[in-house]
Design a protein around this ligand. Sequence first.
Ligand code: NAD
Length: 486
Amino acid sequence: MKPLQMKIGPEWRPGRKQFDTVDPYTGEPWASVPEGTKDDVNDAVAAARSAFDRGPWSDMLGKERAALMRRLADLIRENADELALSESRDNGKLLREMRAQMNSIPAWFDYFAGSADKIDGRVIDTGRRDYFGLTLREPVGVVAAILPWNSPLLLLTFKLAAALAAGCTIVAKPSEQAPVSILRLAELFDEAGFPAGVFNTVSGSDRRIGEWLVQHPDVDKVSFTGGETTGIAVARSAAEHLAPVSLELGGKSANIVFPDADVHAAVNGLIAGVFAAAGQTCIAGSRAFIHRSIYETVVDAVADRARSIVMGDPKDPQSEMGPICFSGQVAKIRNLVDEAILDGATVVAGGSDGGLGGLFYAPTVIADVRNDSRICREEVFGPVLAVLPFETEDEVVALSNDSRYGLAAGVWTSDVRRVMRMARSLRVGTVWVNGYRTLNYTMPFGGVKASGYGRENGMEGLSEFLRDKAIWIETSGDVRDPFIIG
Ligand code: NAD
């Protein structure tokens, strides 16, 4: 294993120590990753600060930043297979899913490159005869980007493409579970010709790396994706130096099937919602609300499909689900399912390792659960679907919204009026209608309630990395009373 290095300003830096990341399928260490220190964090922030305040990056026109971003997009395209393999080996997700993600990432950079030279302020009616007013939209500064393990590069790209277009500099902190692709991305930044200090990386198995980064007074903005508890800690630390934060946290999303739905499509949507990526996705549709009139039919169909899901080597194109990323996560899934069973739930499918051992957990469908039980309230972050019947639209809106979380929801119906009512009533950041688990760079993404705040993607995502400066220009030349507010 060739030891990987961190990128800090112009320097490639090994860790004082290295740690191994483990392939969840083979159980073998496969990459040697730097163990960063507080000094590494400080140096990375200093490099980002210096690149933001001085030097070629801060002087670049939007179109020049855009040219570099497009070059980076081309390099990601060229290296997509290798990056996908790194992610699959780090987190155990299907190689074909990670490949599809890698192939989609360049479009994010191309899209935001297109906005880099269109960051316009406004000319504003100041409400004063003697003042002309305008705004400048300026980059927020040094961004700390903190990432989880489930889709490292895609989730980083949600932040990075917009931050670069805005003119920010970045220190990225990959997850200790899946750091390789993000460390590798820094090499592509070099190859694309970005000035030193624009993109820096600090890795480590010590979770204090993230803490040190967020606490750093020279960090101007924290963009965090991860769990709720960590998100709260991040928001607290950033508040100590009043850095704005955006938080992309977990979910407990409802996938709702009405009796007028195309049942075949809905079943497929329920499967996609919670068994894709072995449920290790923030938008997992982990609570299925199914109208009582079609409850048996839909549950039987979902359970049949769940039982037929092919688990195996994530690199095998026939596999539909790989292992869970690490043993702590398997234990969490197992505990939540076991507790639900003790609580009276019925396991309709799965509920075990599926006979594969290791870090596998079979696609699991659980019935006879209450919406206020732990399995329906806590994020499992695994392939576990809780199914609940409902009778009326009002009832299902209340059940869906009765959650700490508010990331996403799916609605399956052919009634357009119902679509509009549901879209308004669900307290979430995204509603998919007759679809599930679709994202793109143009559409704002983010949560409400315990799913976080702030938005990524679209022009809303760009705004997270900009702030408005108001310019007042006196036009009369008169001298005014200095003791009255103007
Ligand atoms: P996590 O919260 O455990 O860790 C996320 C990152 O934060 C890691 O890099 C970790 O090292 C770092 N970290 C840990 N303690 C920190 C601290 N005190 N200060 C700063 N950083 C710290 O999350 P995870 O287990 O890696 O990822 C799974 C979670 O991420 C799930 O809850 C999932 O829903 C969420 N997630 C959300 C989205 C979204 O866009 N909403 C996307 C993917 C994953």
